[in-house]
Design a protein around this ligand. Structure first.
Ligand code: URA
Length: 241
């Protein structure tokens, strides 16, 4: 949550926040806050305001293994959503998925109620890499690796940032690969492969920044982030000022 929003919940006026910020009287894990727009989580960080500990709100961070068929949305009139996979007590209007996956894409999805976090992780400035396992309906060759490295150009002329393609197997009707991209354009991976003449037949996200898909999670299952993963979140929070 933004620092100013959290302090406002404690009934601290905007003027008092600004003064305390200037006087370095707002401390996050012992260090002066750099901005009122900073993203903080009092479940992970110690927040002090003029010597007083602010308890604030502990955010939720979940890893979900998205199954084929679920829509990445909070609600849908007809189709099951990723939120429907959670028990009632975890469902909240504030919870959202960081980075959308297509309905037929499976794999790693992070869910949180920490609003600004997704904005930060998805912003092009942060270059958060995403890795996918892909199956396509045609051959892949070393020329494709170079094309992806040079920056794929979509059929409509959109230019993609360099991507890393690793071919695992190739045959005339089925090839397997992993691809790492740093952007999040709509249907990006599918469109990239279409641009080189093959169609994606299966797509699974296995990594998002520092987060790796937990292979112990069955499709449709979720778990809270573990201690190590919460440390990654903390690093993102520390760089949010
Ligand atoms: N690229 C796609 O084409 N689809 C996804 O779901 C994710 C990345």
């Amino acid at each position: 949550m933004r620092l100013d929003k959290l302090l406002a919940q404690e009934k601290i006026s905007r003027k008092a926040m600004k003064q305390a910020l200037l006087k370095k009287e707002i401390l996050v894990d012992g260090l002066p806050a750099s901005s009122l727009a900073q993203n903080v989580d009092t479940g992970l960080q110690e927040l002090m305001f003029q010597g007083r500990r602010i308890q604030g709100y502990e955010h939720t961070y979940l890893m979900l293994r998205k199954p084929n068929g679920a829509v990445t949305a909070s609600k849908d009139k007809k189709l099951p959503t990723v939120m429907d996979l959670l028990p009632q007590h975890l469902q909240s209007d504030q919870l959202y998925a960081i980075g959308r996956l297509d309905r037929d894409t499976t794999g790693l999805l992070l869910l949180t109620d920490n609003g600004p976090l997704g904005f930060q992780l998805l912003h092009p400035q942060y270059h958060v890499d995403k890795t996918y396992q892909v199956e396509v309906n045609g051959p892949l060759t070393p020329d494709h690796i170079q094309e992806f490295k040079d920056g794929i150009i979509f059929l409509d002329g959109t230019i993609c940032k360099p991507a890393q393609l690793e071919i695992l197997s190739s045959s005339p009707s089925l090839s397997k690969a992993t691809i790492t991209i740093s952007e999040g354009k709509f249907h990006q991976v599918k469109k990239m492969f279409l641009s080189v003449g093959v169609k994606v037949t299966a797509l699974k996200r296995v990594q998002f920044g520092d987060f790796m898909l937990d292979s112990d999670l069955a499709e449709g299952d979720f778990r809270p982030l573990n201690k190590e993963e919460l440390r990654f979140i903390k690093t993102y929070l520390e760089n949010s000022g």
